[in-house]
Design a protein around this ligand. Structure first.
Ligand SMILES: NC(=O)c1ccc[n+]([C@@H]2O[C@H](COP(=O)([O-])OP(=O)(O)OC[C@H]3O[C@@H](n4cnc5c(N)ncnc54)[C@H](O)[C@@H]3O)[C@@H](O)[C@H]2O)c1
Ligand SMILES: [Zn+2]
Ligand SMILES: [Zn+2]
Length: 396
């Protein structure tokens, strides 16, 4: 079959690899019809290179049709239409039963000291072949795959694999009071969807921050009060601008939907590349004004949230060394929650929103649909935030 493979830093290629087959009774094989490209894949593309092995198959946001199931998968049959969660969980251990499927004790990657195995996500997460491919072997298929009805386009359901539960959990963890205010840092697919979820869940005011004009515009069109990072002199000015709209206190909650990528030394380089599309007048000063360390967005979140408020971190961080502003975190008495999204913890709550009325706007959420064969171009375009690329779906 054809699959998107990682070959080196910023080097992905579509190659022929052996077809997956049933290895355990609880496996299923899925023929993939749509598969997403995620900000998390971008971390692998560049920053997490040390954890990758050439030939690794990428991807973790698939849906498709069941081809074959093992003897231990009673509820699925060939021909079923399914979405596959990005994490692999058993559904039956103590963690899964607590709703912490990302900590599944059956699939935890103990050798690396990590939580549940993930599709296509480095040896840290089990080196499981990923979903940007024609076919996918799904372990623990007696629990993971979510059956969806025939009829509506893939776009209606495919984000159940990651974007929707991630945004949902980010908002749930933010714990905003009814009618309260929330600021979302980063308006990539995750931040954008988190704004939408906050709106349907009854947030009073939703603020969004990014530095890519198309992403800001997209959120603004749906009623988010947007702030363009580039128009502020420093973090303090941004914080003041949002505080001014919240009685001087700051929002009840802040979601960090940025993660490590815009920051850190490797990412600083990347940010400058990304800002190559900005006029030099803007891009140079941008790098100077904002501390482009890997925790910049997280520090902003801590600074911005009101006293006694909640910071919900959904962006992925990988560093182990950076100290946190403990003085401020303690003094402000803030709550902080974080982690990979527990997909099946939220999926049943989300499905009622995936209707013809489409309150979350999933059906026109993708900005680009491309054949899998164009994956190298898709990665490059998404990383560079070119051509208005926010969410890319690929069809094998
Ligand atoms: N927790 C989970 O389960 C989970 C699931 C999926 C993705 N993620 C993570 O969520 C993050 C976002 O994913 P995405 O697909 O939206 O990726 P993305 O890279 O498209 O989005 C990040 C956005 O942040 C913006 N940004 C950069 N620096 C900023 C700053 N200082 N302030 C405000 N905005 C800034 C970028 O312009 C970009 O639009 C990634 O770290 C990804 O790994 C987590
Ligand atoms: Zn993802
Ligand atoms: Zn489990």
């Amino acid at each position: 079959m054809r699959a998107v493979t990682w070959q080196g830093r910023r080097d992905v290629r579509v190659e022929n690899v052996p077809d997956p087959r049933i290895e355990e009774p609880t496996d299923a094989i899925i023929r993939i019809t749509s598969t997403g490209l995620c900000g998390s894949d971008l971390h692998l593309y560049e920053v997490l290179t040390p954890f990758m092995t050439p030939g690794d198959i990428l991807g973790h946001e698939p849906m498709g049709v069941v081809e074959e199931v093992g003897a231990g998968v009673p509820d699925l049959q060939a021909g079923d239409r399914v979405v596959v969660p990005f994490q692999i969980a058993c559904g039956n251990c103590w963690m899964c039963l607590t709703g912490l499927q990302t900590q599944c004790e059956t699939t935890q990657v103990g050798s690396e000291g990590m939580g549940a195995a993930l599709f296509g996500y480095t040896r840290l997460y089990g080196a499981v072949p990923g979903a940007q491919a024609e076919y996918l072997r799904v372990p623990q298929a007696q629990y993971g795959p979510i059956k969806v009805p025939e009829g509506p386009p893939d776009d209606r359901f495919v984000y159940l694999s990651d974007v929707l539960p991630t945004a949902w959990q980010a908002v749930a963890y933010a714990g905003i009071p009814q009618g309260g205010s929330i600021a979302v840092l980063g308006l990539g697919p995750i931040g954008d969807m988190a704004c939408r979820v906050a709106q349907v869940k009854g947030a009073g005011r939703v603020f969004g921050v990014d530095l890519v004009p198309e992403r800001l515009a997209r959120a603004r069109e749906r009623g988010v009060e947007t702030f363009d990072l580039r128009s502020f002199h420093d973090e303090k000015e941004l914080v003041t601008a949002i505080r001014d709209r919240t009685d001087g206190r700051g929002p009840d909650a802040v979601i960090d939907a940025v993660g490590t990528e815009a920051h850190g030394s490797a990412a600083a380089r990347m940010m400058q590349n990304a800002s190559a599309m900005l006029p030099p007048k803007l891009s140079g000063p941008l790098a100077e004004r904002f501390s482009i360390d890997r925790l910049a967005a997280l520090h902003t979140a801590i600074e911005l949230v009101r006293r006694g408020g909640t910071v919900s971190v959904t962006g992925v961080y990988g560093g182990t060394a950076d100290p946190m502003p403990m003085l401020t975190m303690f003094d402000k008495q803030i709550q902080m929650r974080m982690g990979q999204a527990n997909v099946r913890r939220w999926s049943d709550e989300i499905i009622p929103y995936l209707t013809d009325e489409d309150p979350l706007g999933v059906e026109d959420f993708a900005t680009h649909r491309m054949p899998l064969s164009e994956a190298p171009h898709a990665y490059e375009m998404f990383q560079q935030k070119r051509d208005g690329a926010v969410k890319i779906l690929m069809q094998p």
